[in-house]
Write a protein of this length. Structure first.
Length: 182
């Protein structure tokens, strides 16, 4: 059971989040007694995707500009190609992500999500996994990239959980919830 009183932030762009990488970890957090909150760069709702096809919409709880990272106990970063590519160009989103590392709070990231971590300059010296096409980007940013279902890295200011793709979601959700319990 997630015993913390604070919610878990799920940061997503207005479009392009891989739906299953949002919904499965969200459900895992709820089932563990946590409170997920959808944070985005714009108010209203986000449009998720099933690979390249438009999928469902989800209501945004707050924008990243109006959200205080200190009000959250942990951060989840779903993937999808467009989602992190958009987030990494938004200074408020990048600062929001970096604040979790600065505060030593757990972060869980999957698929293409590490692009936002690279922009926040928080992967140097960390061991992570991701969608294979990010391997060179992560290495160039100072990370050690591994091809594993899930990687839990504690060689830094916080616990960083990472996974490669939707097929890894079972292991990712389990590891993320465990990290969020700390």
């Amino acid at each position: 059971m997630i015993s913390r009183a604070g919610p878990i932030a799920f940061l997503c762009a207005p479009e392009g989040t891989e739906q299953v990488e949002l919904t499965e970890p969200w459900t895992a957090v709820e089932q563990a007694g946590g409170t997920p909150r959808l944070i985005s760069t714009a108010s209203g709702e986000i449009r998720a995707f099933d690979h390249l096809d438009r999928a469902d919409t989800f209501p945004v709880d707050a924008t990243v500009a109006e959200s205080d990272p200190g009000a959250f106990d942990a951060l989840a970063l779903p993937g999808g190609v467009a989602n992190p590519d958009f987030l990494r160009t938004d200074p408020d989103a990048v600062a929001f992500v970096k604040a979790f590392f600065d505060a030593g709070k757990p972060v869980a990231v999957i698929c293409h999500g590490p692009w936002t971590l690279i922009e926040a300059d928080v992967v140097r010296g960390r061991t992570v996994t991701s969608w294979p096409s990010l391997r060179t980007d992560l290495r160039n940013a100072g990370a050690t990239w591994v091809d594993e279902e899930v990687r839990i890295c504690e060689d830094g200011p916080n616990v960083l959980v990472s996974s490669r793709k939707p097929d890894d979601l079972k292991a990712f959700c389990q590891a993320a919830v465990e990290a969020f319990k700390r």
